[in-house]
Design a protein around this ligand. Structure first.
Ligand SMILES: Cc1cc2nc3c(=O)[nH]c(=O)nc-3n(C[C@H](O)[C@H](O)[C@H](O)COP(=O)(O)OP(=O)(O)OC[C@H]3O[C@@H](n4cnc5c(N)ncnc54)[C@H](O)[C@@H]3O)c2cc1C
Length: 328
């Protein structure tokens, strides 16, 4: 655990996103809850980048209330047969494999009727339709399943216990989306940009208003970093790291967007350029991040949902009433 933290820090310093070298959600989930066979089959190939994954969680009508998902899987012989639809599935058009939540026990209470399956995106019956975001790129997709047959042993955890496995994945996803190392990396990039770019011949870094704003971001970046050490300490002690993980997702994703916003403001009219202009700074990185990072405040659980979890589960505030259409 300590080693992977050090590797994460070194990757960030070198400007490498760890997600490119193995799925930061699937690998730790398999290591924590998979069978020995699944560990042997998937972990090293994924880390080496030979297999890429997408995450089939959200459905139309089941996002924040993920446990209400309705994609069905029924057993037929040695297979599950899956029918239904996922949405916002990032990278599904490129992924080799999917980790996917399906309802296998329709009569059980909603959190107990879900299973976590892993299968190839080449399986017959899967149709992927890309969705374009405001960046102009199709980063996510609709994914349709029609009589998709998946062997019953391609399940992580036990049948009906997929909610537990899904939450293990979300736990890792939250810390990777709000990764303090990546935020620190981004902070370094903004400082570089402020040293390089000038207004009326004066570097942005010497502009008092921007310096003030930069220091506020630096304070947030450092508190995110030290919160990351809280996650690590709790993990090493075998304690629950839920609270600092929710804080990481909430703060890290908002901070990344705040840094991109500041860059766009400082670039002035250059910040409005996009797509191939010869005057683009940093190849349009800040414009792209400004738009994409808004999405990451939503993806992996929205900021509002992180705040709910922090207030209800960590601060002991009253829980919001739960509603289940079937009255369960
Ligand atoms: C860039 C991006 C990438 C994504 N990638 C994937 C992916 O790869 N795989 C995948 O499965 N999904 C993915 N998603 C989907 C993402 O997980 C969902 O968008 C998210 O969980 C919110 O669900 P929703 O869109 O249905 O919004 P809703 O749940 O309908 O929420 C709408 C609004 O209501 C608020 N809200 C809802 N419930 C509450 C509540 N109880 N209390 C307070 N406020 C509430 C939300 O915060 C939000 O502001 C991605 C989303 C984005 C933006």
């Amino acid at each position: 655990m300590l080693k992977s933290h050090i590797i994460g820090e070194e990757f960030a310093k070198a400007g490498v996103r760890p997600g490119h070298d193995g799925d930061p959600r699937l690998v730790p989930t398999i290591l924590e809850l998979g069978t020995e066979e699944q560990k042997k089959t998937w972990v090293s190939k994924t880390i080496r980048g030979e297999i890429s994954w997408c995450q089939g969680y959200s459905e139309p009508g089941s996002g924040s209330d993920l446990a209400s998902l309705s994609t069905r899987a029924v057993v037929d012989g040695d297979d599950f047969v899956i029918n239904g639809q996922k949405i916002w599935t990032s990278g599904a058009q490129y992924a080799d494999m999917i980790f996917c939540l399906v309802r296998t026990e329709p009569d059980a209470p909603k959190h107990q009727g879900i299973s976590y399956l892993i299968f190839s995106m080449d399986t017959p019956g899967i149709e992927v339709r890309p969705l374009v975001t405001m960046t102009g790129d199709a980063t996510f997709n609709e994914v349709f399943f029609t009589d998709v047959r998946v062997p019953t042993d391609q399940i992580v955890g036990r049948r009906g216990e997929g909610w537990f496995v899904a939450n293990a994945t979300l736990k890792y996803e939250r810390t990777s989306l709000g990764d303090p190392n990546q935020a620190e990396n981004r902070f370094r990039s903004i400082v570089e940009m402020m040293k390089r770019e000038t207004v009326d011949g004066i570097p942005l870094i010497e502009h008092p208003t921007y310096r003030d704003r930069l220091l506020q971001l630096q304070a947030r970046m450092l508190s995110l970093k030290f919160n990351g050490y809280r996650v690590l300490t709790r993990q090493l002690r075998g304690e629950d790291a839920g609270l600092p993980r929710w804080i990481t997702k909430l703060m890290g994703c908002e901070l990344n967007h705040q840094m991109a916003s500041m860059a766009i403001d400082m670039l002035g009219e250059l910040g409005l350029l996009y797509d191939g202009s010869p005057y683009l700074r940093d190849e349009g990185f800040w414009q792209q991040r400004f738009m994409m990072d808004l999405g990451l405040i939503i993806g992996g659980g929205t900021a509002q949902i992180q705040k709910n979890m922090i207030s209800e589960r960590a601060l002991g505030m009253p829980k919001e009433p739960k509603y289940d259409e079937r009255g369960i």
